[in-house]
Design a protein around this ligand. Structure first.
Ligand code: SF4
Ligand code: SF4
Length: 96
């Protein structure tokens, strides 16, 4: 499913046990299992690099604490006034 990415995901390949729950649960299907094996002999999950919405479903279904981290992109907001304007958009918000 194509769309503008609103999130980003990183996977610690040595913490991932390759269960595939995140891959199956991701609505836009932007996660996959790598063909390579990690130190535990598992195929770790990998973000394809596009279409993440930042929904966090993969984070909540992952059984391995620390294996997957989700970042939400800051949404662009209208600048209230020049004196109070803050830079917005493009940076990563706090991780889940
Ligand atoms: S945060 Fe949501 S859209 Fe992004 S990889 Fe995880 S499940 Fe998929
Ligand atoms: S749910 Fe967690 S342990 Fe399972 S494949 Fe995804 S990142 Fe790896």
């Amino acid at each position: 499913m194509a769309g503008q990415a609103r999130g980003n995901v990183t996977v610690d390949v040595e913490e991932c046990k390759g269960c595939g729950l995140c891959v199956e649960s991701c609505p836009p299907k932007c996660l996959e299992l790598l063909p390579e094996l990690n130190a535990y002999g598992a195929h770790p999950a990998h973000y394809t690099g596009h279409d993440c919405s930042g929904c966090g479903i993969c984070f909540y279904c992952c059984p391995e604490p620390g294996a997957i981290t989700v970042y939400r992109l800051k949404t662009k907001t209208k600048a209230p006034a020049p004196a109070l304007a803050q830079e917005a958009g493009g940076d990563h918000a706090a991780a889940l």
